[in-house]
Design a binder for this molecule. Sequence first.
Ligand SMILES: O=C(O)CCC(=O)C(=O)O
Ligand SMILES: [Fe+2]
Length: 400
Amino acid sequence: MTPKGTTPSTTIERLDRSPTYVEFLNNYLINNRPVLIGKDLVESWPAFHLWTDDGDKNNIDWNHLVNAYGSQTVPVTNCRAPSTDSCPEEISLSKVVKGWLGAQHDITDKNYPLLYVKDWHLARWVSRDPSTQPFYTTPYLFADDWLNHHYCTFTYDDFRFVYVGVQGTSTPFHKDVYDSYSWSTNVVGKKLWTFWTPEDEARKQAGMKLVQGAGETVFVGWFHTVENLTACISINHNWCNSVNLPSMYDAICSRIVDVERELADVRQLLSSNAKNNEWEVEWMDIVQDVLEKDAGWNWATFWHMVLHGLEGSIKAHSGDVAASSSAFPFAPRNLQPPLVSVVENVKYCTEAFNRRQQEQSRYELHLKIRHKVPGEEDLETVRVVFDRIQHVLNGCIIGK
Ligand SMILES: O=C(O)CCC(=O)C(=O)O
Ligand SMILES: [Fe+2]
């Protein structure tokens, strides 16, 4: 049982006003309970006046979208393709909008493709182009985000997205990447969410429905589907911090089991040609490579994120809030769980990883770090990162 357990409930709560951080932490984040939060959380966002049609508040200002971002290449999926055949493609936003608004056919006709712009990294693009207006800020409830801190600080990638689609576009049944949490604010339109608990992978129960209007924010760590009841544009982040770290750790372990099963014949080949047991490191390295290509991360990324998350949390708790040059700075201590629970959750992962190396005779500490982070060239192997984390944890225990 990991700290990311769930509390049974039959409906999704709606909060008219934003909770305090402590209420959010204790009632929703720690219990992994979805919740809808009212408009005051995001009322200062420029996105609302930038993207809403002045003449029709329920509609998207398509002209603004095309003028401001039309030349951008955006990822799209065809909502009518069978799930096995719905790989994202990239086309310009203005072409997609033209396809929706200028369609010669009825867009509800199931014989035609229905495109949906998903996982569009607009925030990343805007942050690199000083002539473009910022359109939102991360709400305080979700500021403690180790995933986006890691990606925005050390890579050119991130988990900050915009979704745009017309009525009928949808996202199929899923739990979010790496078992992360998601928050999603609908800027224009109406979305229908259906939620299933993290245990209900086979959808044995009827899902719990929730309609999300403009300005409302959903927090979710369960399985879900989303259907756009009208044209919608929304902003969402996948995110994590110490609270859901244990369940993300467990998710990597079970993904490794899957990848190892898929590559069983490679393992067989390596072991049968081996002269000594070096093949095992090579084998684990291949598995990590596949994991990185398919999920975007592996042990090296995970432990690097944990190291910086833990250090950032300790700094914030000691009152060290020196200006950060990161594009995604750490949250101050009043927007983080208490340090004892941060340490406890990181220790859950380090202890489980140590046991994994010993009990399953794994060689994952020997794995080489492929992508060197500038300024951290000494991080040669997973062991170096992992030892640093243990050192920081030991310092916390002594300092308590
Ligand atoms: O809005 C959508 O279509 C999907 C959003 C989603 O799955 C999420 O925010 O986790
Ligand atoms: Fe999702």
